[in-house]
Design a protein around this ligand. Structure first.
Ligand SMILES: [Ca+2]
Ligand SMILES: [Ca+2]
Length: 190
């Protein structure tokens, strides 16, 4: 009975630890942006902030011409970089980004990450959700949306529903491990 009890305590502790590690995914849908056509960045939602890293602030905006009718989205209509970071500086994993409209002719749009990830968007991504994920889109300090070569030939690029998951702080995992260790020790003493 005793070994079984020890086993169940350990399993319970481990599940608690795993539960705390698997943080909830956040979907940045931009729907809480102020209304009014082209809304300038920065924009904060779910503990993440989008800001203009380089380029013209009037070209890299949130577009919500018809709030409540047409979804709000991130609009790139000029060269530059929009950067996503986690508030407070924590790490995060990037799972996917929706591309409601892709109308680039001469421009190149690339999603890059602080972990060396790079995903060039193409016509085939139009009206789809682009999967990111993998090692190069995990444990990020930032995720960038980079536009280059944009010209009068190009229609704006729209992005929406950026899906990211905060990576738990090492201290949270450490506390969980400590709890497991203490419970195991207590079991041995008893
Ligand atoms: Ca959200
Ligand atoms: Ca939206």
């Amino acid at each position: 009975m005793k070994p079984n009890l020890f086993l169940s305590v350990t399993i319970l502790s481990l599940s608690a630890l795993l539960g705390s590690s698997s943080a909830r995914a956040a979907v940045i849908d931009l729907e809480s942006a102020a209304t009014g056509g082209s809304v300038p960045l920065p924009y904060t939602e779910d503990g993440f902030t989008l800001s203009v890293q380089s380029g013209s602030a009037s070209d890299l905006v949130i577009n919500n011409t018809n709030p409540g009718t047409i979804p709000s989205k991130l609009r790139m209509q000029g060269n530059g970089t929009i950067r996503l970071t986690r508030d407070g500086g924590g790490l995060f994993d990037a799972a996917s980004v929706q591309v409601p409209t892709f109308g680039l002719v001469s421009g190149t749009a690339t999603i890059t990450s602080s972990a060396g990830g790079s995903r060039v968007l193409t016509n085939g991504d139009n009206a789809t959700t682009v999967a990111l994920g993998g090692a190069t889109f995990s444990n990020l300090t930032h995720l960038d949306f980079v536009m280059s070569g944009f010209s009068g030939l190009d229609f704006p690029l729209d992005l929406d529903n950026i899906t990211v998951t905060p990576v738990p702080e090492p201290s949270v995992a450490a506390i969980g491990l400590l709890a497991v260790g203490m419970l195991a020790r207590r079991r041995r003493v008893l």
